[in-house]
Design a protein around this ligand. Structure first.
Ligand code: SR1
Ligand code: MG
Length: 395
């Protein structure tokens, strides 16, 4: 049976993914196609289809459960629609910085998009020590444009509310609410950590000032519909090389606080600042963090001048919005550092360290720095102060 003829969801395999690609006219009937499932993320199937080794297409399909856990964790396939819609909007506001979407099908939960396999996943490239000279400029621009142009500062209130409705993403938000903001701060079953970290984690679980600050950050994540977020902007959600940067995988997109995307990006760079032994190479990461914030805040401020909202002309309002985003991003970074060290989904930057003592040392630094960022975020008044805090905790 041809995959185009089906009228309900079914998960693809390498054969049916090829049939779908032909039926959608991406290839001729008699094309000699190769199809590989290359998904290495936590949730989806990703098929790469090529003809004679030439640049091909990607077919991404959402599974009705979280792949990382299995069928016991059901998960809405509506996230495929959210991802395709978010990519289309991001391409309008940050052209060239996301993969092109060629086709999407909400019923099959499929997005057909540009094959970016000529690029590397940023996390792997950073671990390898590759240079990314355009990263700060590109991600700073991506953040400023996608966050500003989907916010009330830029949109008519009716349009903004239409977007809020379209990008309502409760199941994926709940994953973040649990895995980022709750579970690592309690003795939860989903936590996953090396037993030597237990004494430090017990300190966290008994620290009510820490929990209060995380509760405030979680409240902000849940209640502040400020802009359309990517929602999962770690270094595994970015393809890059020396010339290009492409942000992928916005299936966690929803309306939330601006500082969340910035904070997740900063945290995932921070793992590299922690694990790099050579001072110069550590400083390269701190410079990317500094420049990303500078590009973000300068570009966002430039867009602000065009806003039609009367209050954007009031002295001090822009500074308030940026300062809140900055301090929130420090706090969200802290949560991300802790969850990737002790929660359910880890990062290769830490888990890939071979010597046990070295690995534990890096993990303890991530946890302690995470706690510092959460507790002291309101004392930070510049990106230099933030990078100094990271520097002090990572040496
Ligand atoms: C069950 S999903 C685990 C994590 O993978 C995604 O990339 C998100 O970061 C999520 O929290
Ligand atoms: Mg992902």
């Amino acid at each position: 049976m041809s995959i185009k003829a089906i009228s309900s969801y079914q998960s693809l395999n390498e054969q049916t993914a090829k049939e779908l690609a032909v039926n959608l006219n991406f290839f001729e009937e008699d094309a000699d196609l190769t199809c590989c499932e290359i998904g290495d993320g936590n949730l989806n199937l990703v098929f790469r289809i090529t003809e004679n080794g030439k640049k091909g297409i990607i077919i991404k399909q959402a599974l009705p459960y979280a792949k990382v856990v299995g069928e016991s964790w059901p998960l809405t396939v509506d996230r495929a629609r959210i991802e395709a819609d978010a990519l289309k909007l991001q391409e309008i506001h940050a052209p060239g910085l996301v993969p092109q979407v060629y086709h999407s099908d909400d019923l099959l939960a499929v997005t057909v998009m540009e094959d970016l396999s000529f690029l590397n996943i940023l996390r792997a490239g950073l671990i390898n020590g590759d240079p990314f000279p355009h990263l700060a400029e590109d991600i700073g621009t991506f953040l400023a444009n996608t966050l500003y142009f989907t916010s009330d500062y830029a949109l008519h209130p009716f349009k903004k509310k239409e977007y809020v409705k379209n990008f309502s993403n409760p199941e994926l938000c709940k994953i973040t609410e649990d895995l980022v903001f709750t579970d690592p701060f309690f003795n939860s079953e989903t936590n996953d950590f090396e037993e030597e970290l237990l004494p430090l984690l017990k300190e966290f679980w008994n620290d009510f000032s820490l929990k209060l600050e995380v509760a405030k950050l979680k409240k902000s994540f849940i209640t502040e519909s400020e802009a359309l977020l990517h929602g999962d902007l770690h270094t595994g959600s970015i393809f890059a090389d020396e010339k290009h940067t492409k942000v992928i995988d916005p299936e966690f997109a929803f309306y939330g606080p601006i500082g969340f995307d910035i904070g997740q990006f900063i945290a995932n760079l921070t793992f590299q600042a922690i694990t790099r032994e050579d001072i110069t190479r550590k400083e390269e990461i701190l410079l990317i963090i500094t420049d990303t914030w500078k590009v973000f805040s300068e570009t966002f401020s430039k867009h602000w001048q065009e806003s039609g909202d009367a209050y954007t002309k009031v002295r001090g309002y822009l500074e308030y919005v940026l300062n809140k985003a900055f301090q929130d991003s420090a706090g969200f970074s802290g949560c991300e550092l802790i969850r990737r060290t002790a929660g359910l989904a880890h990062v290769e930057d830490l888990d890939g360290i071979e010597g046990k003592e070295k690995r534990l040392d890096a993990k303890r630094k991530s946890l302690s720095l995470g706690r510092e960022l959460i507790l002291n975020r309101h004392k930070l008044s510049s990106i230099e102060e933030l990078t100094e805090l990271i520097r002090n905790h990572s040496s």
